[in-house]
Design a protein around this ligand. Sequence first.
Ligand code: NAP
Ligand code: HSE
Length: 427
Amino acid sequence: MGERIINAAVLGAGTVGSGVYKLAKLMEEDIFHKTGARLVIKKMLVKNINKEREGIPSDILTDDWKSIIEDKDIDIIVELMGGIVPAKTYILEAIAAGKQVVTANKDLLAEHGEEVMSAADLAGNDLQFEAAVAGAIPIIRPLKQSMAGNNITEVMGIVNGTTNYILTKMTERGMDYTDALAEATRLGYAEADPTADVEGYDAGRKMAIMASIAFNSRVTFDHVYTEGITKITADDIRYAKEFGYVVKLLGLARNVDGEIEVKVHPMLIDENHPLATVRDAFNAVFVHGDAMDDAMFMGRGAGQMSTASAVMGDIIDVMRDIVRDCCGRIGCSCYKKLNVKKIDETKSKFFLRINAHDRPGVLANIASVLGNNDVSIAQVVQKRRSGGVAELVIITDEVEEKHFNDAMAVFKGMSVVKEIAGVIRVY
Ligand code: NAP
Ligand code: HSE
């Protein structure tokens, strides 16, 4: 009997798709030994069939989806096009045709995860998506399987490499935001349009996916409060450092007494916390479970071969299932229906920079506005004073966000408050 061959089609031959093709060639023998079958990438779907693709034979390229879905010899569909249309349709059609699916598509999973995962469950197929969150870092499988014996109460992560690179350069080299973004773009970390990265949307999608798995309850992107890093200044970073903190764009998902909180925003984190040491474009995810305690996963969150590495891990898993004629890994695990809190109802500590008139009684005035709104002060320092203006830096105790916002609204109407120069949450 000849060697078993498993045919796959890769939808997309861009950054990740061409990385997967390369890895399939480089790892050909290892894949055979690990699965008992030869992986053949029979087709690659592209939009522009005339584009030159280095290292990919032109005879496997096609722009005809039908020729892939109708090919009975193709067992695995690896979706690496990105976006929702037509990726969602193609994935649903592939599942309906009995094919196993691997994808890296966070946009799709964060919005339509329930639909595609339920379709896969119903068809008795697996849908694997390790690369959709934090690139090379294994986090989906650990959350779904390795940590399944825990009640997970917190998932916290640096899950966007572009913003972590920018904040690292602002912190270590004193660069301002615009220069650090320009450098991230030059090095290929930031997209031509960096909005999804710098506004926290990319991280928000990844947090929605992880929160759904961690808390066994569906969280979609529109549940996630997002705030980006565009307003962070060199002063914020410098003062944070003086208080012993580092500024990071953090995704934070918590199960607090059976209700979910999920948000992405800049945050001051203690300089001794393991996440504070995650520099440059690296990602990391910190998980707390009741049985296991804390665990941290760190690595490259993006890039051609790093992301291809996670995709290939999924392909190898699926190939083993095909060879053994089994499947049944944990699929959609959202068997609870937990409430997701609005940001106003969640609690945070705040770092607050206020420029106020430099005259007697102003600090007392500011403190009483905070006190009247249930905001307790943990630390306060007066920094610069010039031209009759004093800069106050305040760190609060934990407070319900709506009370903090009420206090900010009062400050905006006070003539002694010149400017609320910075507001950042504190972990
Ligand atoms: P990319 O470089 O833009 O490549 C997309 C590929 O899909 C291209 O080859 C494109 O064809 C093809 N494509 C797009 N729309 C198509 C359509 N309607 N029909 C046929 N082909 C179509 O994207 P990427 O960076 O590889 O990302 C792929 C996926 O991986 C995305 O879901 C992304 O979020 C995820 N991901 C990427 C990274 C990363 O570091 N890049 C990290 C983690 C996850 P043409 O080449 O002809 O235009
Ligand atoms: N743009 C993302 C980042 C990588 O900067 O981390 C893809 O998820």
